[in-house]
Design a binder for this molecule. Structure first.
Ligand code: ADP
Length: 800
């Protein structure tokens, strides 16, 4: 009992390793195996004992893998004799347990199975752990002889070897199962062959891929079963040249490169059972045994049908893309290649598929010599910054001549340091030609604009000045400035036609055009360094092709010279008129006295001549008066005494004054309607206008007709006075000029009808000075209706 307690309770580290070694053999609690029983039989026989055991010592028990002469299959470890064997070295022998203090009280000694004799040889693993024992037991004391001891030790070693083999067999079985599982689940078809190329095994993928069952393939020569003969023949020829020795067009085609130390992965088109082609990527490896003897080959075939399908799809898409799709690879050592080029390579570079080498060489040679350096530099730049590459350049196309292309690609750095590009090259010759033509036209327009004697200024929709031609720069004294439109009048010295009133920003023609107005012949002034430049402004909005307004343009035409001549003429006419007026008044007055016989009788033969002289001097006076009026009006010297007064009396007075003149033309005048309104006018000036309209109407009316004068409200506070006749009306051609100075439809009028051609011009100025507007309606041949409109107020009854 003492001795049993001597077994250390906490297992020391070496004991833990021993237990681990025991577990590694996976033998505890396994069923009986005859191979082990043979050993116990042999041991009992050799040692002549009734009991023999193969005992494995666990942490708490000894378990018997084989037992002879004992019923139990395990006993507690503390009772175990074997524990002593495994703790020592070599054979452990107890001659008489009853006389051994360690076992005397052991229940196995005191009771069943009544052990007296024990001899155990340890089962020692190759790494030195005693896992258990081969022991023999007797019920009586005794001793083993040397031969028996030696046999027991040898048998124990054989048992250990059996353990090892058992473990190996397990491992092999596991390996084999794993390999089978791998083969079965491999995505590639796997075919195992003998060393001479006969199929010895295939996986399910191979069965599926080639349409054969494993049974059908096993034993068949691989190459004749699955390889097209002509493909083998082709490859054999090429290989023969490469390797410098003739190659049989059979299995050797696959194995010959291996003997040269080359591992080949090659595309093949193998044969399906139904005769169709199966595209595969083929790989072959030799299988050697542990003695480096060639046992066979394993051939893997990766199905490329899917890839081929994708490739086809890419080709079809690429064929739809105008131009060339490419994949280009640039390695760190400077080598380059095109892993993919679509068929567009002919269209862009004039290269046939056969001419395309894997390198950039032939393509680069097509680039126009002047562009080569730039193309390379731009590729390098994009590669170093990994930014998208875009470059327009010229290609010397063998069929099309010089073409322009646009190349764009995106670079991607690869794990091996190379740069892979995916890109597109398109022919842009047509677009380029249009562009060049456009550039040419633009350049011509620019030159034209610069050469123009007119100033041209344009702005965009956001009021940024976009064009300022040479003349504009000269006139304004500066170039286009990026300033707010409110500042334009000040910065560009813009004034009204009088040359003194500054323009408001909203009056600037360019801004008005930007608001959609069309400005025609607006007089204005640019006053640079105190010198006015009189100009006529024409401005229009500009529209984009989609109809949206995108800016405005103004053209300024210099009229300074004309303006100066006008001033000169006016001064001249004004001076002459003033000088003529006094003598003419006295001549007219004198002739009036003579013709009126105030100075006595005039001789008969002089009377007619004197009358003519009197008439003409009166006409001359009228002309001078008109000229002086015009002059005063233009010079702003005419004084207006504006007074609010009823309209009707003014019209009645005019009618009375012109009645006599009308009668002299056998025409009558009548006043028809007149609303009760008051107008604010200078009565004398209004009478002048009315007289002009009435006398014209009377003058141009056929004899016997009536001239109708009437007034009506055209708006609540606006009255229109009309004078209508039945004369010839105003011709289309004359309409525009009628209010101009010295305007007469027929220049013979002066003589025929009398008149100066100034009446309407003066009337227009007078009416406009009184805030009114003048105009006419006429259809030629159907009379004329001259009118003017003035602001008015309703008259209350009392005021009438
Ligand atoms: P004039 O002194 O010559 O009448 P105006 O300025 O009054 O000068 O008129 C200019 C010209 O307009 C006339 O010469 C004539 O040709 C035309 N005109 C004016 N009024 C009429 C009218 N009522 N009917 C036809 N023509 C007219």
């Amino acid at each position: 009992m003492e001795s049993s307690k001597s077994i250390p309770a906490p297992a020391p580290p070496r004991e833990l390793s021993r237990l681990a070694a025991l577990l590694r053999y996976e033998i505890l609690d396994t069923p009986d195996e005859s191979a082990f029983d043979d050993f116990t039989q042999l041991a009992a026989y050799i040692c002549d004992t009734p009991i023999a055991l193969i005992s494995l010592v666990d942490d708490h028990r000894q378990w018997f893998k084989s037992r002879l002469g004992l019923d139990v299959n395990e006993t507690p470890r503390e009772l175990s004799f074997c524990t002593y064997t495994i703790e020592g070295q070599g054979l452990f022998e107890v001659e008489d347990a009853q006389r051994d203090a360690r076992f005397r009280d052991n229940p196995l000694v005191t009771g069943d199975p009544n052990i007296r004799f024990y001899a155990g040889a340890p089962l020692t693993s190759p790494d030195g752990y005693n896992l258990g024992t081969l022991c023999v037991i007797d019920r009586q004391p005794r001793q083993l002889n040397e031969a028996q001891r030696g046999a027991l030790t040898r048998l124990s070693r054989q048992i250990m070897r059996l353990f090892e083999e058992r473990l190996q067999a397990h491992r092999y079985a596991e390996q084999a199962a794993l390999q089978q599982a791998l083969l079965n689940s491999a995505a590639s078809a796997m075919l195992v062959t003998t060393a001479d190329g006969h199929i010895s095994g295939v996986n399910p993928t191979a069965e599926r891929l080639f349409g054969y069952s494993e049974q059908m393939l096993i034993g068949q020569p691989l190459t004749s079963a699955l390889f097209p003969q002509e493909a083998l023949q082709r490859r054999a020829t090429i290989l023969g040249i490469e390797l410098g020795e003739p190659i049989e067009p059979g299995f050797a085609v696959l194995t010959a490169p291996l003997f040269e130390g080359r591992r080949e992965t090659r595309e093949w088109r193998l044969l399906h059972r139904n005769g169709s082609g199966v595209p595969v990527l083929l790989n072959i490896s030799a299988i050697h045994d542990e003695r480096e003897l060639l046992r066979g080959y394993i051939v893997s075939a990766y199905d490329l049908a899917h890839q081929e399908h994708l490739q086809l799809r890419l080709q079809q898409i690429a064929a739809q893309v105008p131009g060339l799709l490419f994949q280009f690879c640039w390695r760190p050592n400077g080598d380059s290649s095109f892993p993919y080029l679509s068929e567009g390579v002919e269209d862009i570079y004039g290269l046939s598929a056969a001419e395309i080498e894997p390198s950039i060489g032939p393509i680069y040679a097509r680039v126009h010599p002047d562009d080569r350096e730039h193309v390379l530099a731009s590729i390098r730049h994009a590669a170093s910054t990994l930014t998208p590459w875009y470059f327009e350049h010229r290609i010397d196309h063998p069929r099309k001549g010089l073409i322009w292309v646009e190349a764009r690609a995106t670079p991607m750095r690869q794990a091996d340091g190379s740069v892979l590009w995916h890109g597109l090259v398109t022919d842009i010759t047509e677009r380029k030609a249009e562009q060049l033509e456009l550039d040419k036209q633009q350049e011509m327009n620019r030159r034209l604009l610069e050469a123009l004697s007119e100033a041209v200024v344009a702005c965009d929709a956001d009021c940024n000045l976009t064009l300022f031609n040479h003349t504009a720069r000269r006139w304004h004294g500066l170039d286009a400035q990026q300033i707010a439109p409110e500042q334009w009048p000040g910065v560009y010295h813009l004034y009204h036609a009088d040359g003194v009133t500054p323009m408001c920003p909203e009056e600037v023609p360019l801004l008005r055009a930007l608001r959609g107005e069309h400005i025609r012949n607006l007089e204005m002034t640019i006053v640079l360094h105190g010198t006015p430049r009189y100009v006529l402004a024409n401005a229009d909005p500009m529209y984009a092709s989609n109809g949206q307004q995108n800016g405005a343009v103004v053209v300024l035409h210099d009229i300074t010279e004309r303006k100066q001549i006008e001033i000169l003429q006016r001064d001249f006419v004004s001076t002459v008129s003033h000088e003529l007026r006094t003598p003419l008044t006295s001549i007219t007055a004198s002739l009036g006295l003579i013709c009126g016989r105030v100075m006595g009788e005039v001789p008969e033969h002089l009377q007619e001549l004197l009358d003519i002289a009197h008439q003409n001097s009166k006409r001359l006076s009228t002309l001078i008066d008109d000229l002086l009026d015009i002059d005063k009006l233009y010079a702003g010297k005419m004084r207006f005494e504006l007074r609010a007064q009823p309209l009707q009396p003014l019209l009645e007075q005019a009618l009375r004054s012109n009645q006599g003149y009308a009668e002299s033309h056998a025409v009558s005048i009548e006043l028809r309607d007149c609303p009760a309104v008051s107008i604010t006018v200078d009565a004398m000036r209004l009478e002048q206008v009315l007289s002009n309209l009435l006398s014209n109407a009377a003058k141009y009316s056929p004899a016997g007709e009536t001239v109708a004068m009437s007034a009506r409200l055209v708006a609540p506070q606006r009255v229109r006075v009309s004078v209508c006749d039945k004369g010839p009306g105003i011709t289309e051609a004359f309409r525009k000029r009628i209010f101009g100075k010295f305007a007469q439809a027929d220049s013979s009028d002066t003589r025929k009808q009398g008149g100066t051609g100034l009446g309407l011009a003066i009337s227009k100025e007078l009416i406009e000075h009184m805030d009114g507007e003048i105009g006419f309606d006429s259809s030629p041949g159907a009379g004329a209706c001259f009118w003017f409109e003035l602001p008015c107020h309703a008259l209350n009854k009392a005021a009438q």
